[in-house]
Design a protein around this ligand. Structure first.
Ligand code: PLP
Length: 399
């Protein structure tokens, strides 16, 4: 059907409230927020700014209802079996740390293109507990033969596979359904990093048979400081407690705590109620468009890629349709990636990201300093993609 970007853009204040609106091409880092999300959060602060799940007055009850409703929205969005399978976290990173610390495993298998949030927790666990960390090559696409060999090598151990679905570095997507199926033949548990996939296409955890899935609210039109860890309930039940205190217990004595049910067991202390209620509103909004976003991303990426392919070296496959919403590149004329980003910002009001995108390990292994990265989302237009091409060409001539 295609996205009606003219209509969608009306909902995003940044895109029409300014004299010269920004061309925002950094949604892989942080998405913009539509008015329904901002209004829903304001509503919490104005009308019922109370604790959820604790206070029995009317304000508390309303907060509890709205907070529970947000969890139901998330559950439906990813087609989880039950609300209990949805743990609210501060971000995707917290989900990885929780699992790294609390799951019982001997070996973790990741790819060579993981965000630091799906790498550093394993490095720490390796140093502190001696777990084994294996890394799969994605140079020619995810190496299923190497993966099978590693599963075979460790078949008598408890294996956790933790793999990025869509890379924030170059936009490539790993064949997670195949990975999960193969891993399950060896009784391995699979965690998917959905930070860049959940915002851009329908994800069905039942169809994928994912055991665990971490993603961020702030990349899917939701507020900052919100994230989700989905887990099959039988896996969450087995996780050791992590961050503990208020709300994680049913009872305490001076020498004993009786821990409560999932997911509350993993949500210690007062939560960001406004944030998660806002995330519920983001999901309600996103649900209207989610079926069409991936095609839209690819079309804009194709325009950017075709327009610039003679001027840039692209990270990842040359074909834009294999890189979802992301164009990561270095200029052929060797202009520095930070300089490209700074000039685009100051000269053309175009916001892109530059650096190593929290995938330092990949850049270090290849002795590449970093890259410039443009990333699109449902509110970007064909005109913006063309303007990006035109202005990038002009900026590159400044060298
Ligand atoms: C692929 C990927 N994984 C994980 C993360 C970390 O997400 P968060 O900032 O929500 O912890 C990001 C953020 O950029 C990402 O792109």
């Amino acid at each position: 059907m295609g996205l009606n970007t003219t209509k969608i853009r009306q909902d995003f204040p940044l895109l029409h409230n300014q004299k010269k609106p920004s061309v925002y091409l950094d949604s892989a880092c942080m998405s913009l927020k539509p008015m329904p999300v901002i209004e829903k959060m304001n509503e919490y602060y104005k009308e019922y700014p109370a604790c959820a799940g604790r206070s029995h007055h009317r304000l508390g009850k309303r907060a509890s209802e709205e907070y529970d409703c947000a969890r139901v929205m998330v559950k439906k969005f990813i087609n989880a079996r039950a609300e209990q399978e949805i743990i609210f976290t501060r971000n995707a990173t917290e989900g990885f740390n929780l699992v790294a610390h609390s799951l019982d495993y001997d070996v973790v298998i990741t790819s060579d293109k993981e965000h630091n949030s799906n790498l550093v927790p394993w490095i720490v666990e390796k140093q502190e507990k001696g777990i084994v960390h294996e890394v799969i090559s994605t140079e020619q696409g995810f190496d299923l033969a190497q993966f099978t060999a590693l599963l075979q090598k460790h078949k008598n151990k408890k294996i956790l596979v933790s793999i990025v679905h869509t890379s924030n570095m170059d936009g490539t997507t790993n064949p997670v359904k195949e990975i999960i199926k193969l891993a399950h033949e060896y009784d391995a548990t699979v965690m998917i990093d959905g930070a860049q996939s959940v915002p851009h296409k329908p994800i069905d955890v039942k169809k994928l048979d994912a055991d665990l899935l971490a993603f961020s609210g702030h990349k899917m039109l939701g507020p900052t400081g919100t994230g989700v860890l989905y887990g099959k309930s039988e896996i969450l039940e087995k996780l050791k407690t992590y961050n503990v205190g208020g709300d994680t217990v049913d009872d305490t004595f001076y020498d004993k705590a009786v821990f409560t049910k999932i997911p509350a067991r993993f949500e210690a202390g007062l939560q960001d109620y406004a944030g998660f209620i806002g995330l519920g509103a983001a999901i309600e909004y996103l649900s209207k468009y989610i079926d069409d976003i991936e095609d839209h991303d690819r079309e804009l990426n194709r325009i950017m890629t075709d327009g610039l392919k003679n001027d840039i070296d692209i990270l990842g496959p040359p074909d834009a349709t294999s890189r979802s919403s992301i164009l990561s590149f270095n200029p052929k004329n060797r202009m520095d990636y930070h300089e490209v980003a700074m000039l685009l910002d100051s000269y053309a009001n175009i916001a892109i990201r530059s650096g190593r995108h929290c995938v330092h390990s990949w850049f270090n292994a290849r002795r590449i300093g970093g890259s410039a990265r443009a990333s699109v989302y449902l509110y970007n237009t064909v005109e913006e993609a063309k303007l990006f091409v035109e202005k990038t060409k002009e900026v590159l001539k400044m060298k």
